[in-house]
Design a protein around this ligand. Structure first.
Ligand SMILES: NC(=O)c1ccc[n+]([C@@H]2O[C@H](COP(=O)([O-])OP(=O)(O)OC[C@H]3O[C@@H](n4cnc5c(N)ncnc54)[C@H](O)[C@@H]3O)[C@@H](O)[C@H]2O)c1
Length: 335
């Protein structure tokens, strides 16, 4: 299926289809020179399916993991693009999770002030969330996603079958982000996910439905608020405390795992058991394993902070959210 996304510059299509990579030639510009950016954790067979459809492709591989999401890796990509004589007539193609997508997107945004970018997300988190909306960034001086650009892809190609090789922990982390979107925006999707429970982790058809539902929510939100000036802040539900947990954990917890924990304190107490049960079905931990004291330094540096306060996204009813300005102390008091 094709999900069109409108942007101020026109828009792009999301192709969502089981087996899309096996038919990649249908969706990729075979006549263009392509610069494929991936990391060494993405199974080679997915990258090969893409390069087979792109006869003039150069492939750039960087080491997997959040530790690579920095300006050194970004510079390496730009150097290789220059060496490959890339021009604005060519295209950068990301094949990988949120890290590969963010790195390739930010390089595409900057090289020659912007060259075409195609995103092929291969983790569930990147399929439901990071591959659409046009945010690209690297971590800098210990702060996550602090240097980056809004840069829209020309196309996003999502094949749920690639999730067959993704470790269960990463599938669960992606489902946490999908559940987040349903919980703030779409009661029906939340109920469907509750009903599917753990089966969603291994059933590609259920996963495709969840990806579709999440993409429709994210599209609705980003079309209304391209530059994250208002509505789009709702997608940060669970992220303010989640980012602090992620930083305190020093890399041992996945982003989605931290978001799962970060959602609970900002949910109305009566609703918490329901959200916890839905997350626990994926094997996700829902209690924050740190004290307020341990998290305080990380909240103070949250880049989404305004003058002394943080815009916190709260849920009091499934499918709806409210934005509240809270001080770090008020947030920590919820723990
Ligand atoms: N731009 C945005 O709007 C946005 C939104 C949310 C998150 N993010 C960013 O996304 C990143 C997290 O993304 P992620 O969770 O995808 O992590 P990731 O990109 O690090 O991928 C996780 C791991 O899975 C491996 N992998 C990828 N595809 C695979 C597959 N099909 N089978 C087996 N292994 C595979 C990768 O090599 C990596 O080791 C963070 O840096 C976060 O800041 C960006």
């Amino acid at each position: 299926m094709i999900i069109p996304v409108k942007t101020p510059a026109g828009g792009y299509d999301i192709v969502l289809e089981r087996g899309a990579l096996a038919n990649a030639a249908e969706y990729l510009p075979a006549d263009k020179k392509a610069f494929v950016v991936t990391d060494d954790g993405v199974p080679g067979k997915w990258v090969q399916m893409v390069t087979q459809a792109l006869p003039q492709a150069a492939v750039h591989v960087f080491p997997q993991g959040e530790g690579s999401k920095n300006l050194t890796t970004w510079q390496g990509i730009l150097q290789a693009m220059l060496a490959a004589d890339m021009t604005r007539r060519d295209a950068v193609v990301a094949v990988g999770g949120g890290v590969a997508g963010d790195m390739a997107g930010f390089a595409a945004a900057c090289y020659m002030r912007g060259i075409p970018f195609i995103n092929i997300p291969t983790t569930l988190l990147s399929q439901v969330d990071s591959s659409i909306g046009g945010k690209t960034a690297v971590d800098f001086e210990g702060t996550k996603n602090i240097v980056g650009a809004f840069y829209q892809p020309q196309r996003v190609i999502i094949d749920p079958d690639v999730l067959g090789t993704l470790p269960a922990r990463h599938v669960a982390a992606g489902l946490a982000e999908a559940l987040k979107m349903a919980f703030i925006y779409d009661k029906k999707l939340f109920e469907d996910m509750e009903k599917a429970g753990a089966a969603a982790m291994t059933d590609p058809d259920l996963l495709q439905e969840i990806i579709r539902g999440s993409l429709l929510i994210k599209r609705d939100v980003v079309e209304q608020d391209v530059l994250e000036k208002g509505l789009r802040k709702c997608l940060n539900f669970g992220h303010t405390l989640g980012h602090a947990v992620e930083a305190a954990a020093g890399g041992i917890l996945l982003h989605g795992e931290c978001v799962a924990m970060g959602m609970i304190p900002l949910t109305a107490p009566a609703l918490r058991p329901r959200l916890k049960k839905a997350l626990a079905a994926y094997g996700l931990q829902t209690d924050i394993p740190y004290t307020a004291e341990a998290l305080r330094p990380y909240l103070v540096h949250d880049k989404k902070r305004g003058a002394g306060t943080i815009t916190a996204v709260c849920v009091e009813e499934v499918g709806r959210f409210v934005l509240r300005e809270m001080t770090p102390e008020e947030l920590l008091a919820l723990l």
